[in-house]
Design a protein. Sequence first.
Lengths: 549, 342
Amino acid sequence: MMRDTLLSVENLSVDFTSYGRTRQVLRDVSFAVAAGERVALIGETGSGKSVTAKAIIGTLPRNATIRTGQILVEGRNVLDLPRAGREALKGTAFSLIMQDPLSSFNPVFRIGTHLDDVMRFADRRNGIATSRAERRSRIAAVLRRVQLADAERVMNAYPFELSGGMRQRVLIGLALLHQPKLLIADEPGTALDVTTQDEILNLINSLVSEENMALLMITHNLGVVRKVSDRVVVMHHGDIVETGPCRTILSEPAKDYTRALLDAVPALYGPRVIDMAQSDRAPIVRISNLNKIYGRRNGYHAVRDVNLTLREGEIFGLAGESGSGKTTVARMIMGLLRPTSGELMIDAPAPAKGRRLTQIVYQNPGTSLNPKRTVRQTLTLPLKSIGMQGDAREARLIELMGLVRLPQSYLAKYPHELSGGQKQRVAIARALAAEPKILILDEPTAALDVSVQKTVIELLVQLREELGLTYLMISHDLSLMRNFCSRIAVMLRGEIVEEGATPAVFAAPSHPYTRALIAAIPVVSDVEEREKPVVTEEERMRFLVKSTD
Amino acid sequence: MRHHPLTAILARLGTFLLVMVVLSLMIFTLARVVPGDPARMALGPAATPEQVQALRLQMGLDQPVVVQYLAYITKALHGDLGTSLVSQRPVTTDLAQTVPATVELVLVSVVFMFLVAIPLGVVTAHYRDRALDHGGRILSLTGVTIPSFLFAITLQLLAARVPGGWPIIGRLDHGLGWQGGPTGFLILDGLLAGRLDVVGSALQHIALPAFALSMAGIGQITRITRSSMIENQRKDHVLTLQSFGVPERVIIFRYLLKLSSIAPLTIMGLEFASLIGNAFVIEMIFAWGGFASYGLNAILQKDLNAVTAVVLVAGLFFIVANLVVDVLISIIDPRMRRKEAL
């Protein structure tokens, strides 16, 4: 069946100029979206997928120039349109679903104000005069479409008063206000918990089919691609690598790059899954009846009666969604927080002056490294604190760089000169500098692309063997944990609801919440989809945070 | 929300009260520690030692400082700030005459600051790194670096050349026969009495000193507004509105301006301290007769009660101004309301 082409991008090339230097960010990009079709634009950081979306919408930054090509929306080249003509397309011909639900709203205006202004000016461009009350009832109707039943409350709320899932729903509602023919979604749900992301993707899917809209989904997550697209466009460094039906691309990709990308995705089930060996050595961390209450009177009970044992040499995964208390547990193990009650024992000889038994690698190396300090300065600090001087320190610096597989010359570099993966390696080297026994990994790869994630995880596995370390990994990425952790515990609202050897937990999750978490992970193959545990609607209602108000 | 918002406001007021107590203690002690006998200075060199001693006893200077302080505070709470040694009138009477003049001057210069600095900040942010922005930067720097008395004198020199004349000293034309109003604020009193000639003359008189006083603040607040606007321009929410075709002017003047007014408002609150400090100089140059010039005389004459009162009033003024700023910010930013209520 041939359908009308709704959007057609032809030979689009875009340059960015900054500090007098010109960089080509898009090279001859061509693809099309038919009416009612769902197309995914996939690529890693710097692939140009977001720039493509911005070029279509017309929100490229000032330093960008469109060198060649055209963007046809229903046969008209929008690049030739006058400014007003282009503005008129916004919200009606196509609209955008933004990625980050919190930062996409101005914090000092009510949600309703945003919605009303968007509707008012789109109406005005369409030559419709509307009253405030009339718009309010139209907005309420759209909010109900995105399953926000109490529209009045949502409109009167300030952005920070809504949950992430609710804000994401409002953003989708914002895009639906004027029944666009094409929805452009820029990584929706990426900033949310996996179960909420799953709900959001389901919502987008059902809206697209009910309203017969076309969808251009921009994402880096191949699992998401499988869930929400009919056709896939793979981008890499501003080029289109390959294009094809979703099923073909995911099962038998033609290009090496796509294949490598798929290989880097941690598998949830099937032959690609890696089982990490169990440790039978002595326990190194023992936690019993650990509690943490924030605030004095009627405080927030963040951690509730947690019992845990970490064995030496194992990789222990603490899984849970935001607010589950996993970071609080890690902070208490590090001694950064004092437990309200309970016991926490670390079975290791007391460290020498300036040394600690535990060190941490943070989620985002972009913010955890001081941008004004070179790698050498960053790494010298912990070495100084353990009293290492002169030649010994220099030798240790070189040794550390070797450990994290970075060339010595990188010691002189500043963080902005390094890629995300390289920065995370520096952060790992910093954590290792003072020879800790236990390394706490707080979502160490969440800010990285999958291919980079793969290499960082491989490095961590090797380091554990070389240095005899014990890892505690905190994450909400269960597919990564499946392949990296030897044991796993799942936290929900401050309590551990399930604990066991990773293969056992994934083979037969006993707690409904664990099942719901695993079921929500976007996977890349139908085989894995079938192996996922089944969750009943009743269980979902009981254990998942509602984002529908 | 565990506490009522009122609790937060009461807690804030409590802090301010504490600041006032500490301030009064410090200035009270300081005024009595610095060398020079206030009784001797009040009576002049011709007085006999017996007369000086009598006055000292009358003022209670022979008692320990703590006792003096407690006596002072007890009286102050009943609205009695003592008698000025120089003017021989109650300090409260002197203050009632001079404080409104200064408050009026400071408030008008705050209005100037906002009228000039906020639009200038918005414009320079919009045209950043272009000629207009560079012009604005030079203007701001000039405002901050050149001392306010230099502006004051320059303005006076320029005003003297205005055809028909422009008043360069005082608060009002004496020829108008104005007897004073209930508040002491000339502009307000003039309006209340329906005397537009008084209002006009008062505005004419206040324009130059208020402008001279506001120059430093204009420079600072322009820069803060500009950087705040630029910072917020890069946020995702601006991109959201752009993506849906909300016009640029609405994004700038409605969404960005409100969000970006928080930083300049905070600076404004702190700016009050230097405004009051600069008012001491400006009032001298323009023969303003406000409480700053009164305070300067009091300090030079070691008029203890007057000095203490002036410092306390200046402190109170600063505190009230910051309270107002806090309230304004919490009106603008709902997150602040929530935080206070926690």
